[in-house]
Design a protein around this ligand. Sequence first.
Ligand code: AMP
Length: 196
Amino acid sequence: MRLILLGPPGAGKGTQAARLVARHGIVQLSTGDMLRAAVAAGTVLGRQAKAIMDAGNLVPDALVIELIDQRIDAEDARGGFILDGFPRTVAQAQALDALLAKKGLGLDAVIELDVDEAALLKRVENRVLETKAKGGAVRADDNPESLKTRLEAYRKQTAPVSCYYSEQGELKQVDGMAPIDEVSRQIETALGGVAA
Ligand code: AMP
């Protein structure tokens, strides 16, 4: 099963992706996680991406397309994957179509978590509090100023990605404001008929 999860920051993509991984035995490919790992490792890519990410802007398309292109070829992605945080621009969506076609692969579903923007700031605040309570490291971009920029980037650059898949008849929307278990149920219903 090969899926895309769309939705703004704080929509619950990470939580739902983790559940899909557990249920369907596929891997979660998060460009945000890959970029944070590159920043932590101090690679050339990480050094290029850090300031852009901290400010809440999108890193250049070519960098994330290259990351995904290579990651999809890894052994653990053969059984299927869920893309979390990619594609985030129409150019990335087009590049994904081209690279999947080149690899002889297709997408089974594109799922969008529909959320009320006013609730997102609260959700991200909660994520920060929970992370701190667990003694974990808070993301450098989980602050009100960067979140504002991330939401703007979402509105301007990522919202058109939903239209792109909607026009292709591939988009399935679920209510991301529902309780977590209910969102999972709606996703499974949307996936009905897609082989595990
Ligand atoms: P995320 O963990 O998905 O919220 O991503 C964190 C940050 O990484 C974003 O705010 C961007 O700066 C960068 N990023 C992650 N995925 C992408 C992408 N597909 N395109 C451009 N930038 C990305």
